[in-house]
Design a binder for this molecule. Structure first.
Ligand code: OXD
Length: 313
């Protein structure tokens, strides 16, 4: 069985290849630059593959995304959509996202950016915040990771609402859905967490109109995709005070260019797409399990891990 990996950096590709070889010692696992005969390649394992690259393998059986998102695969106009596109998900990824959302929502809730700024100036500035039970937090996107985020926030005592395309009920959460439910949802979000998949409908959803519908001084945590955000609208909303702080893990251009105005902005906290970055050890074990199942049965029993290309996630 022949597998080729394509990752943005050769160093990361090498780590993943080594791990996958250890998991699947009888398989032929290769890097992008040494794929062997194109006809022999049955599986590709990718993160942001170069456009057109996947289509060079005529006998492909499946595409595996190293991550929960598949937008980076579907962004290729030549992506072979007739083969299954498999997401790499698992408790490990979900746990990492739970930790990230808890950390950053608590940080904003407890006014830590303000306290840290005061401390840098050696100012003793006590800020009294309400308890979490009176803090309204909203989660956009209620897939696996969104639901895990909601449960974590509820567990911390926050007053949580959720918004999704079709509506999902979670005990203890106020649910909203569809375009009609968006206004009421946003009016209720002092801290907004975006965990939406990137689709044509959600691209640019974090824009000036959305910011204007949030309570004045709300903050935003974007752990979806950089393309959800209209960057100039966020900068304007931060400058006017409409939005008090933005915590951003994902960006339209990654790595974020050094000259980007988000770097060093006092009201922007940046993490370099690490919210639920999977490590090769755990990820390779999940991918190997999925490849073995695909090879044996031609499909995965857990269809939640098979992307629906028409929906875009
Ligand atoms: C993912 C990600 O899609 O980390 O898993 O962005």
């Amino acid at each position: 069985m022949s597998v080729v990996l394509s990752l943005p950096t050769p160093e990361r590709a090498r780590q993943w290849v080594e791990r996958l070889r250890a998991e699947l010692p009888d398989w032929d696992i290769r890097e992008r630059d040494d794929p062997g005969p194109a006809e022999a390649v049955e599986y590709v394992v990718v993160w942001r593959p170069a456009p057109g690259w996947m289509a060079t393998f005529p006998n492909l059986k499946a595409i595996v995304s190293i991550g929960a998102g598949v937008d980076h695969v579907l962004a290729d106009p030549d992506c072979p959509r007739e083969v299954p596109i498999i997401k790499t998900t698992g408790e490990d990824l979900t746990q990492r996202m739970r930790e990230y959302v808890a950390l950053h929502v608590l940080r904003l809730h407890r006014a830590l950016p303000e306290l840290e700024a005061a401390a840098r100036e050696r100012r003793w500035s006590q800020v009294v915040v309400p308890p979490a039970t009176s803090r309204r937090v909203g989660v956009m996107g209620l897939g696996k990771l969104g639901r895990a985020a909601v449960m974590t926030l509820l567990g911390l005592g926050f007053d949580v609402s959720g918004w999704s395309r079709t509506g999902r009920a979670i005990e203890g959460m106020r649910g909203h859905h569809g375009a009609d439910g968006l206004g009421d949802f946003l009016a209720d979000c002092e801290i907004l967490v975006c965990l939406l998949p990137l689709t044509p409908e959600t691209r640019g959803i974090l824009d000036a109109r959305l910011f204007a519908a949030l309570p004045h001084g709300a903050s935003v945590v974007n752990v979806g995709r950089g393309q959800h955000l209209v960057e100039r609208d966020l900068l304007a909303a931060l400058d006017s005070g409409r939005i008090s702080h933005a915590t951003l893990d994902v960006f339209a251009t990654e790595p974020l260019p050094t000259e980007h105005p988000f770097w060093g902005h006092p009201a922007v906290s940046i993490t370099p797409h690490t919210a639920s970055l999977i490590d090769p050890a755990t990820g390779a074990a999940i991918i190997a399990r999925n490849l073995l199942e695909l090879d044996k049965h031609g499909e995965l029993a857990d269809t939640a891990n098979v992307a629906d290309a028409s929906r875009g996630y």
